[in-house]
Design a protein around this ligand. Structure first.
Ligand code: PMT
Length: 406
């Protein structure tokens, strides 16, 4: 499943130099599995050709509602009904003014009047035009009517001036579109999530660790924020940027992770243990670097606390999700872990194989809960995380937890 699976996006392009960036925007939207219908104003066709956008979108570009051929294939009212979202990018000062005054003097402005779909605009214009009180008043009125303003950005402009008025980059617009369609099903909920490896020191320079890169856990943190949750990410040492909106707490050892989980877990509704926590740590950490003057040395290992089992055993536990990393008999061992640790849900993955698991960009999961299971097939960890968050949300509300509205 991709972010925008089956979503129908009407991309309105108005006249401005930023129109050239819509080729990339169409490509990104299509890559996320959206259907894209481009509608251009006459001025827009001066900046980018309809043929380019037709080729990228796979659909005939619409320009004029007086064209009987286009109207015969799909009328403008049907087009207004077809859209799940109308995105005007770039939105010129002129188009924003026409939208504000409810004009219907071309196909795009008519569609905006005739639709019940949400409308978003990505303003793009000279900085002085953007700062002009007329444009500012139009922007304010459009927002008051529920029309979204994505941008503009500030910076160097095509006209040589510097200031506010640049259209947001296509990737930023894509992020807005994805967020627009996200369910916000976890709005008002708090999630504590562990991710990455732990490192158990042998001496000041050596440790016992594992191959976890943090990719799966960080993708989950991102997907949880998209679903509207407040996310506390307790992470072992990884080299990944913190997903926007996430509160990150860095730790090294299992003991540090245990302590930080204990400090955060009281306030959370859902606890997800995606970290690959070392099961054992050296009983003694040497204070100086161990010298290689013996043929063999012995390390005595002590069992680490099981953080997940401790959370699940609390008097009033949150909805608790564990992972299970197995090299064989994945479902059988994961089910044993689910019962032994008394967790609400386990997401099991095959590790040590060619595909999926540690370090890779893709993964597959078998998710188990009391009385049910679901296979989430091999997918990019970002998309897999979204599917898992959907499943967690369903189970969280289906079990003892009240719905948001009750
Ligand atoms: O980080 P990536 O490179 O993207 O890889 C992702 C992953 C393979 C690490 C991830 O998908 C995963 O499987 N995480 C759990 C790894 C693991 O430690 O599994 P386990 O079967 O050994 O542990 C079972 C559960 O108990 C896990 O939820 C684990 O976080 C938890 N646990 C384990 C030991 C311990 N002392 N405390 C714990 O809380």
């Amino acid at each position: 499943m991709l972010e925008l699976d089956g979503k129908q996006i009407l991309l309105g392009i108005t006249g401005g130099i930023a129109a050239y960036k819509t080729a990339e925007l169409v490509r990104l939207l299509r890559k996320s599995n959206a259907q894209v219908q481009v509608v251009m104003t006459r001025a827009a066709t001066e900046f980018i050709t309809p043929l380019t956008l037709q080729t990228l979108s796979g659909r005939t570009v619409r320009q004029d509602f007086f064209d009987p051929n286009d109207e015969a294939s799909i009328g403008h009212i049907d087009l207004a009904r077809w859209a799940d979202l109308i995105l005007i990018a770039p939105a010129s000062a002129d188009f924003m003014a026409r939208l504000t005054h409810g004009l219907a003097n071309d196909l795009l402005s008519t569609l905006c009047l005739a639709t019940t779909a949400p409308i978003a605009t990505a303003p793009a214009m000279n900085q002085q035009m953007w700062l002009n009180p007329a444009t500012q008043a139009n922007a304010k009125l459009l927002q008051e009517r529920g029309i979204k303003l994505w941008g503009p950005d500030a910076g160097e402009q095509a006209c040589g001036e510097t200031g506010p008025g640049r259209m947001l980059e296509p990737s930023a617009l894509l992020a807005h579109v994805v967020k627009q369609f996200s369910s916000q099903a976890l709005a008002g909920r708090c999630v504590v999530l562990t991710a990455g490896p732990t490192q158990e020191p042998i001496d000041p320079v050596r440790f016992i660790g594992n191959r976890s890169s943090g990719k799966m856990g960080f993708a989950l943190a991102h997907a949880l924020v998209e679903a509207g949750a407040k996310v506390y990410l307790i992470s072992g040492p990884v080299s990944l940027p913190t997903p926007p909106g996430v509160v990150r707490i860095n730790i090294n050892t299992a003991a540090e992770m245990q302590q930080n989980v204990a400090e955060q877990v009281d306030k959370c509704d859902i606890f997800i243990a995606c970290a690959a926590v070392a099961d054992y740590r050296p009983e003694i950490t040497a204070s100086q670097k161990i010298k290689k003057n013996q043929d063999q040395i012995e390390l005595i290992l002590t069992r680490n606390p099981d953080i997940l089992a401790e959370v699940a055993a609390r008097a009033a536990p949150p909805f608790t999700v564990g992972f299970a990393a197995e090299t064989e008999r994945v479902t059988e061992y994961a089910e044993e872990k689910r019962k032994l640790k008394r967790v609400d849900m386990v997401a099991a993955n095959l590790v040590g194989a060619k595909q999926g698991g540690f370090e890779k960009d893709e993964n597959a999961l078998t998710v188990l809960w009391e009385g049910g299971s679901k296979n989430l097939p091999m997918a990019k960890k970002e998309n897999l995380a979204r599917s898992l968050v959907t499943l967690i949300t369903e189970r969280y509300y289906a079990e003892k937890h009240p719905t948001k509205d009750s």
